[in-house]
Design a protein around this ligand. Sequence first.
Ligand SMILES: NC(=O)c1ccc[n+]([C@@H]2O[C@H](COP(=O)([O-])OP(=O)(O)OC[C@H]3O[C@@H](n4cnc5c(N)ncnc54)[C@H](OP(=O)(O)O)[C@@H]3O)[C@@H](O)[C@H]2O)c1
Length: 317
Amino acid sequence: MICAIIGSGAIGSALAHPFARSNIDVLIANSRGPESLAGLIAELGSHVTPTTLPEASKADTVILAVSFTATADAVQGSAQSNGRIVVDATNAIDFPAFIPKDLGGRPSTDIIAEMIPGARVVKAFNTLPAAVLASDPAQDGGRRVLFVSGKDASANADIASLIERLGSAPIPLGKLNQGGLLQPFGASLVADLTVAKRFLRKALKRHARPERILVDGSQTGREAIHSCDTADRPKEKSRRELKPARVRQSGYLNNRIEQDHRTIKKRVRPMLGFKAMASARATLGGIEMIHMLRKQQAKYAHILRPSLAEQSNLLAA
Ligand SMILES: NC(=O)c1ccc[n+]([C@@H]2O[C@H](COP(=O)([O-])OP(=O)(O)OC[C@H]3O[C@@H](n4cnc5c(N)ncnc54)[C@H](OP(=O)(O)O)[C@@H]3O)[C@@H](O)[C@H]2O)c1
């Protein structure tokens, strides 16, 4: 099976790393021609071969690593697709707001499939930031997961097996309009509005009403916050007029949380677990607070007085 990557930017070149590491040959092309890829090839070695766009489009498996809006242009030459597998690693994003494009509820991969008649389109490699995708997927005794979804079960299985060979753990999500709905940029593990509202009400009851809520790119999450906030605000006992909660969306929030979680796991693992809820809460709160200070998220991180240690004591009090 000949594999090719179209696009050599952040994601295209990140994807070339696991191919090189696993000694699997791959072609790579961009809009500027093979000569522009000399630096990448020198870094990755002989398993990664630069090629032209028309040559890359003829591979058995073509991975699209271009922006969603550039896709139509990049796949122009692949009209004769004859059952070829095209892997859609793109995310449909509106810039500069960095929010999911409004596609009227259609999965973006459906739109890409229409651009390449005859191709068996699979969605994969779109959920991790480039640097994470390029790094070794074997972590802490496990393997990093990559999701796979698409209409054609045998194409999904082929890409799942390619992902295995590249060292990651594939998680098949089924068809695009089923489990695959969880995979696009901005989708959330909580795709159901009723469930999202129930979760939010519980969280707000427990942690009190915040001025600002940071949520992943999910439209469901955003809608749940607006609807709960509008319904619950008038019931607040305080007399002052409450402003609506401000919502900030971050497409890669889940990845960021996972990164923070890594620091917690590193500290907690040698402790062999917790025996009581109270000590777990205090310890995790402490780790999180030190981590916030380290990331300069403390309120006065940029000034010397009070010192970080004093701020830590104040926060802990
Ligand atoms: N960056 C991430 O962390 C990340 C994570 C997950 C998914 N994604 C998705 O992956 C896709 C690529 O993102 P990126 O960050 O890698 O973008 P990028 O750094 O801007 O790279 C885009 C690549 O596409 C190539 N390209 C543009 N138009 C082309 C055309 N008509 N024909 C052939 N190649 C063309 C560019 O070629 P030149 O090099 O010649 O300009 C460039 O190599 C996007 O859809 C993005 O949403 C990105």
